[in-house]
Design a protein around this ligand. Structure first.
Ligand SMILES: Nc1ncnc2c1ncn2[C@@H]1O[C@H](COP(=O)(O)OP(=O)(O)OP(=O)(O)O)[C@@H](O)[C@H]1O
Ligand SMILES: [Mg+2]
Length: 171
């Protein structure tokens, strides 16, 4: 599958980071269509890259919130993993900054989390080395003036669909 070049978005402030996440959320999990059970298309893996403070957690939190998580959304930087459930859809937010490739954690179900029918958001994916296959969508956040630049690249058909939808003019 020929993959398009990454597409850049300028995010001048945190509200813009959140707005981009809010546009992606209904593509990952269409809450309006799935009033009871998530549709078969729900889920996908997003890797969030960027320096400390680049906005990975801000983005993930806004996306989870827009998927229907109502309680507190903690950064997973200490626990490695925070899990959520909306109807029967699982959402996993991971942060591999402190990841050591311990067998224990692999045995503890790491691979079960990487399911196509769950929403999986991973900060610092590069710390997991070659344990991870390419995600549906990779988001790279860089500092730009007072704001950020987000480079989005799709690695699967699903990611490509999301990216095309984000790039097409809104209703
Ligand atoms: N587009 C933006 N422009 C300016 N500031 C932003 C933007 N998006 C988010 N921020 C701010 O940047 C900070 C991002 O913090 P956040 O915890 O999300 O970073 P992180 O990438 O998850 O860092 P870490 O690697 O430590 O997990 C927050 O203070 C947030 O308000
Ligand atoms: Mg973070």
């Amino acid at each position: 599958m020929p993959l398009p070049a990454p597409h850049s978005f300028h995010l001048p402030d945190e509200a813009a980071t959140e707005a981009l996440a809010q546009r992606l959320a209904p593509l990952v999990y269409d809450r309006l269509l799935a009033t009871e059970a998530p549709g078969p298309q729900a889920g996908g893996r997003i890797h969030l890259r960027g320096d400390l403070g680049a906005g990975k957690t801000s983005f993930a939190r806004a996306l989870l919130r827009a998927c229907g998580i109502s309680g507190r959304i903690k950064s997973p930087s200490y626990a490695l993993l925070e899990s959520y459930k909306v109807f029967n859809l699982y959402l996993y937010h991971l942060d591999f900054y402190r990841f050591s490739e311990s067998r224990e954690w692999l045995d503890a179900g790491f691979r079960e989390i990487l399911r196509d029918d769950a929403v999986v958001l991973i900060e610092w994916p590069e710390r997991a080395g070659n344990l991870l296959s390419p995600p549906d969508l990779e988001i790279s956040l860089d500092y730009l003036d007072d704001g950020r630049r987000a480079d989005l690249s799709a690695h699967t058909e699903r990611g490509l669909k999301w990216l095309n939808a984000l790039l097409s003019p809104g209703p």
